[in-house]
Write a protein that binds this ligand. Structure first.
Ligand SMILES: C[S@@+](CC[C@H](N)C(=O)[O-])C[C@H]1O[C@@H](n2cnc3c(N)ncnc32)[C@H](O)[C@@H]1O
Length: 184
């Protein structure tokens, strides 16, 4: 399913807000992992920002598109086909891990463990409370209220946003939650 979607998609995807809004928290030269990277918009953005980027996805089509884009732009990215559930990242290997629109709750401890001390997690995905029909329909793939906070309660919260259905739902940043958290 993912190969077909990645083959048909016109663009390389969108840079996640959690990354675009918080990239200043990371020092150039840091090691960064784009986990379940898709066609790699986040990976390309981080490489342009001077980070040392690794990107993994299950889909060979996604990795091929990312690799081609990186080559065309003269960027070095270590992009590999990898099933991150079967083969999670090794402990203490990255200064930054970015996860956007991918949710496997069982992987949370391994993601936290894969951060180096002082490392940062940037996570963004769909929430169950939503005002549009964007994203997956199954609750399995959508966050419950404050769930990123509980999944990563071993880390220190630096940024958290989840607006749910409060106030004027035509305004703001809806349908999703974002977390920036630090490993001490
Ligand atoms: C909704 S896409 C998000 C892609 C990208 N992070 C983004 O924000 O555009 C979810 C991605 O997870 C990948 N994926 C699903 N299961 C995976 C697994 N077990 N290991 C690695 N990647 C996986 C899919 O191939 C797909 O590219």
């Amino acid at each position: 399913m993912w190969n077909q979607r990645h083959a048909q998609a016109e663009s390389l995807g969108q840079v996640a807000d959690v990354l675009a809004q918080n990239i200043h928290l990371i020092t150039p030269g840091s090691s960064a992992l784009d986990l379940a990277c898709g066609r790699g918009a986040n990976a390309l953005y981080m490489a342009k920002a001077g980070l040392n980027v690794t990107a993994w996805d299950l889909s060979p089509v996604a990795i091929a598109r990312l690799t081609a884009a990186a080559t065309a732009e003269g960027l070095e990215i270590t992009a590999k086909v990898r099933d991150v559930i079967a083969k999670p990242p090794e402990p203490e290997t990255f200064d930054l891990i970015v996860v956007s629109y991918f949710l496997d709750r069982g992987l949370a401890p391994a993601i936290a463990a894969a951060l180096k001390p002082k490392g940062l997690l940037f996570y963004q995905t769909y929430s169950q409370a939503a005002v549009s029909d964007a994203g997956p329909t199954s609750c399995e793939y959508r966050l419950d209220d404050n769930e990123l906070l509980s999944l990563f309660d071993s880390l220190k919260v630096r940024v958290y946003r989840e607006e749910r259905l409060l106030g004027d739902t035509q305004q703001g940043w809806r349908d999703r939650a974002m977390l920036v958290a630090e490993k001490l």
